[in-house]
Write a protein that binds this ligand. Structure first.
Ligand SMILES: [Zn+2]
Ligand SMILES: [Zn+2]
Length: 467
């Protein structure tokens, strides 16, 4: 944190009473945006209640009582997460030590489901997909179903280089915290659910879960993702990943090369053509390409090659335009070499539609629980996620959080940061911020209206931009 930030924080604290609880680590500070406006509204009413209490010493308004109860439940949630810190760190370390690829996350699926079951959640293993799970407490008959998302897949060769072990940990931790708050309330406030979603790294696990109706009874979905910096509403581009196969004719490379049709030439032309196309792309479009098969022996003209191509853009309409351009290149390489080609879509994610009300509540709660924040994000580093698909069917957030290092995602250095002890402090702060946002939603029935209205507004705005 910079000195300037310290000064700002201290000014904010002078403007507003600063409560601190040594046991829970939960503090209350000034916030901004929609969440701040909501809290300000509550505090204006609270000030009025103070006047009434001066006049009538036994007076306690429903709003003040509700506010006090909410703060009590938030402390319960934070204390519960802190009490489970060692177990949560061990859970995360176990997943980090057993990196598993798309749809093969059997170890993570088992240890996460075991953990939630041990903590009293009604747990469904292999929920809709073999390595997905769902664990719930409470009932939607009494209030919203607040859902936390776990991811736990890793990358080939470089392990947990996207820190999904920490996403799994904080999703479970947020669930524990909110469950404890519901129990402490002594009332059926609603439902808390933890959903384990496999295969984020190109497998589209969440899209498949949506197709199977896994989110049909969910009111809000929240998760948080490790990153070299903090960002409550990071840009996440729409993405399509597809496979291209070129087919030619094998032949002896020295004796009869003129009888061959070289599929590797097609693959190389495709790769180079896509590289040239990058210069004509919008600044926030992205193209990636790898050659997975490039021939079998140097003295045989390659008859088959296989590539994976990834394209990204901020909107579906721009992504469609980029696809058109990429397909021209792919087709041209086939024509130039007289190869045949096939292309098939592997996965496609929508961009993320961040719910403004949820994001503001999350930011306000994070400020309350986290003193040491780390750097704020540089906006020019967009990614993509299957949480984008979830954010288009229900209100959702996908913030990014600093984990104590400067390494960037998808590197071995980031794998090391994701497994380091210092990541725990930041991960638990995220779990608390999500759990406390859940407490806000379950204790204030009017919040769901604001969250739903913002969701509809976001969808409409996106449709109008696409025209
Ligand atoms: Zn990743
Ligand atoms: Zn990731």
């Amino acid at each position: 944190m910079t000195l300037g930030d310290d000064k700002k924080r201290s000014d904010e604290n002078n403007l507003q009473p600063f409560k601190e609880d040594a046991n829970s680590g939960f503090t209350k500070k000034k916030v901004s945006g929609t969440g701040w406006r909501l809290l300000k509204r509550i505090r204006v009413k609270a000030a009025l209640s103070n006047v009434l209490r001066l006049l009538y010493p036994f007076y306690q308004s429903p709003t003040a009582a509700m506010e006090a109860e909410r703060e009590r439940l938030k402390k319960v949630a934070c204390a519960t997460i802190d009490a489970a810190a060692d177990d949560l760190a061990a859970l995360s370390a176990g997943i980090w030590e057993h990196p598993e690829l798309n749809f093969e996350e059997h170890h993570a699926h088992k240890v996460l489901a075991d953990f939630l079951e041990r903590h009293g959640f009604e747990t469904q293993r292999s929920y809709k997909l073999e390595t997905a799970f769902r664990a719930s407490h409470g009932s939607r008959a009494h209030g919203p179903n607040v859902t936390f998302i776990c991811e736990y897949d890793a990358l080939p060769e470089i392990g947990h280089a996207c820190g999904h072990n920490l996403i799994a940990e904080l999703g479970v931790a947020a669930g524990l915290g909110l469950k404890a708050a519901i129990e402490a309330s002594g009332k059926p406030l609603g439902q808390v659910t933890v959903v384990g979603t496999p295969a984020e790294e190109g497998g589209g696990g969440k899209g498949k879960l949506i197709e199977h109706g896994a989110f049909d009874d969910v009111d809000v979905a929240m998760m948080s993702h490790p990153f070299p910096a903090n960002d409550a509403k990071p840009r996440a581009l729409a993405i399509e990943i597809f496979e291209v196969v070129y087919r030619g004719q094998e032949s002896h490379a020295a004796g009869y090369p003129w009888k061959g049709v070289n599929a590797l030439d097609a693959a190389v032309m495709c790769y180079q053509g896509l590289a040239c196309l990058r210069q004509q792309c919008m600044p926030d479009w992205r193209i990636h390409c790898i050659i997975l098969e490039g021939g079998v022996k140097v003295n045989v003209i390659p008859a088959k090659t296989r590539l994976h191509v990834g394209i990204r853009a901020p909107t579906d309409a721009q992504l469609a335009r980029l696809k058109e351009k990429a397909m021209n290149v792919i087709e041209a390489a086939a024509k130039a070499t007289e190869c045949q080609f096939e292309h098939s879509v592997i996965t496609k994610y929508a961009s993320v539609l961040h719910n403004g009300v949820l994001a503001d509540l999350y930011s306000a709660n994070l400020s309350d629980v986290q003193a040491e924040r780390g750097p704020e994000a540089y906006k020019e580093a967009p990614g993509s996620t299957d949480m984008g698909d979830v954010s288009h069917v229900l209100p959702a957030i996908h913030p990014m959080f600093y984990i104590g290092g400067t390494a960037v995602n998808h590197t071995r250095a980031f794998t090391a940061d994701s497994g380091a002890a210092c990541a725990q402090m930041y991960t638990l702060a995220q779990a608390k911020a999500l759990a406390l946002t859940g407490v806000d939603i379950l204790t204030d029935p009017s919040l769901m209206d604001a969250i739903t209205a913002d969701f509809r507004r976001g969808l409409k705005e996106e449709q109008e931009t696409a025209k």
